[in-house]
Design a protein around this ligand. Sequence first.
Ligand code: AKG
Ligand code: FE2
Length: 333
Amino acid sequence: MAVNNNSESYYDAQEKVKKLYEKYLFLNEKLLNCGVSIEDLQKVCWRRKPQKSQKHTYLTPCCLLIASLVAAVCLSILIKIPIIESIMKRTLGSRCLVPNNYFVWEATRPVTDCNTCRNVSEVLIFENITRNQFQEYAYSPRPMLMKGAANHWPAMHSFNYSFLKEIYEKIDGAYESVEDECQILTFKTEFKSLEDVFSMSESRVQMKEGEKPWYVGWSNCHPDVLSEMRQHYEMPHFLPQDAEHARMDYIFIGYDQGAVMHIDYISRLMWQAQIRGHKTWRLVPPPDCEDVCSPLTFRVDPGDIVLLDTRQWYHDTHIDAGELSLTVSSEYG
Ligand SMILES: O=C(O)CCC(=O)C(=O)O
Ligand SMILES: [Fe+2]
């Protein structure tokens, strides 16, 4: 009997954690989606010491509450409660821990070494860079832009919405792999799966007048999908010879506001090749570095490759009006 009571209250508690967590995610997402900025969210959660010389920030009770909630959720993952597992699977992934969720990022992200962004006011731009020239910058957290470095890739001609769709339709288990082992980020869209993305009307694919903008990203980890795609691009030629090719690559595709402001929970640096469209990246240093580091923006042309430490810089992206953006990216290290 006692055991029953305990397990009942245990499951009750889990149910409450689930509900609270859902409400909290919903609220956070709603705020971001209706235009509340990361800066506004910071004001709710963080406050500065009054003295000018102090650089640290404090957690307010609000953040402590959220941190406890996060701890409860993390604990739930550890003990593998199926219901929590399934919520986490919908919201978490190997790349962005909780998409669209500023509070959780701030409560869980590792402390930044502000020297990595100190005095960085712009992206470093290189033209025709060779592997030798890149050596001194390899593995640097400094944001870099390699102009035209992907211009010779076949993907520059072959990659588009229908090409990607065909791959996923013809390979057995390709859609399931995104659900089961890879990850999809649907940002502000209503899509629930990659199959939804590839079931859009032709008019929305082309963003004809009156259609709702869409922007999504997903990882390709199915070996056949990956090997078919990799016939159209390669590891950026300037990366060190011994740099590992990650076991999955990412596609980001769509219009308008691209990715919402976030950081990534990945283990390595990121490269991203802009295959189609022009995209503007906005980088914001984490709050603990805001006294010594500044936000920066840069615009990428088709054929350019961006190198970025997406674990350190909060980042969002915006696509030039009316253009479709398509990128391939991966980690290196
Ligand atoms: O390409 C984008 O819009 C965002 C990409 C991104 O967030 C990333 O590669 O970490
Ligand atoms: Fe990211």
